[in-house]
Design a protein around this ligand. Structure first.
Ligand SMILES: Cc1ncc(COP(=O)(O)O)c(C=O)c1O
Length: 345
């Protein structure tokens, strides 16, 4: 019995801390769940002896209403990750090609491998932008092509008109994953009208998640929307009882707390601007990021050496670049303190 208790204690202790200003490697939200979201989650736990809905129809209706599409156009996943896997299961066969940039969200090479696809990678330009022309060329004989907007890890966005031109060039039987995991951080002027886009392009799936701006990474809820025909195919890959019982309540409570969430998003965006400005004043260039992180291309000092041993957890890349998630002011100070000794040399 004593050991069981010990295991429980250890399990609880192994939970990541909600308030760790140095956890800047996974693009998480630095704020813990809002009180209203937390209370709703606790209430939903009371029904944990019951299965959730067989297929997440209510959640789909809720999300469809908020996004402005028909219910039948939405698919739900265990994070955007789950949606991506559903898409790959539904539309690809082993050996087919998937086009992505390099670097991109770490998940994509893994998902390609899981689906036994051949990854075709297209390099980013020096400012972290995706080369949409080269991607459209590569997509000519690929089953899937991934465009992230904002892009991970650089936070950059391609103009809406360029995306439109790209979509016109991609064959209609190639599925385009337009990954908008960070879209809520974009100012309205930069957003693309997703519902209108999927009406015009029946091969586009727009991906979104509650892991980033909504701050629910641990709940694992994501969704995609697309034209009805494609969505019907994707819905056949919806695992029975696949979304936990807390999912629907978490999303409903988050939508209900939209004003407070928007305030948090503004705080994160303003902290990002501050960090970029301070880095610039130290002679450090960062890409034109529109999400909850900054990206620093290779510098005179490999970034790994700058952050190693400081306790600041960042995502290092093989070429010497680094991605740093925006946290609170304490996080920003820790980043600047790590950089300062090298900047002065
Ligand atoms: C561009 C992009 N897409 C998808 C995801 C996956 O998010 P989720 O937590 O919803 O699976 C991430 C997570 O970092 C991401 O950066």
């Amino acid at each position: 019995m004593a050991t069981l208790k010990q295991e429980l204690t250890e399990a609880v202790e192994a939970l990541p801390s909600a308030l760790n200003p140095l956890a800047l490697s996974l693009n998480e939200n630095p704020f813990p769940p809002l009180p209203a979201v937390r209370s709703a989650l606790i209430e939903s736990i009371d029904a944990a002896n019951r299965y959730p809905e067989y297929l997440p129809e209510r959640l789909r209706t809720l999300i469809a209403g908020r996004v402005g599409v028909r219910d039948e156009q939405v698919v739900i996943g265990v994070g955007a990750t789950g949606v991506i896997l559903q898409v790959l299961h539904a539309v690809t066969s082993p050996g087919e090609k998937i086009v992505m940039t390099s670097p991109t969200f770490d998940g994509y090479p893994i998902f390609a491998h899981m689906a036994r696809l051949e990854s075709v990678t297209v390099a980013l330009d020096a400012h972290g932008h995706q080369d949409l022309d080269a991607m459209a060329d590569a997509a000519a004989d690929a089953r899937v092509v991934v465009v992230c907007r904002p892009h991970n890890p650089t936070g950059t966005i391609e103009p809406a008109a360029d995306i439109e031109r790209f979509l016109q060039r991609v064959p209609s039987d190639t599925v385009v994953l337009l990954d908008e995991a960070y879209v809520e951080f974009l100012s309205p002027a930069y957003r693309i009208d997703g519902p209108a886009l999927v009406e015009r392009y029946p091969n586009v799936v727009v991906l979104r998640t509650f892991s980033k701006a909504y701050g629910l990474a641990g709940m694992r809820i994501g969704y995609g929307f697309c034209a009805s025909d494609l969505a019907r195919r994707l819905w056949t890959m919806q695992p029975p009882f696949g979304i936990g019982i807390t999912g629907l309540v978490a999303v409903a409570a988050s939508y209900d707390a939209e004003d407070q969430l928007q305030q948090r998003i503004r705080m994160i965006a303003s902290e990002r601007r501050y960090l970029r400005m301070r880095l610039r004043s130290m002679g450090v260039y960062s890409t034109d990021g529109h999400a909850n992180f900054v990206f620093l291309p290779p510098w005179r000092q490999p970034w790994r050496e700058v952050f190693d041993g400081t306790g600041v957890q960042v995502r290092n890349y093989a070429d010497g670049s680094v991605r740093i998630t925006i946290g609170n002011r304490q996080s920003t100070r820790a980043v600047l303190a790590a950089v300062a000794p090298f900047a002065m040399r």
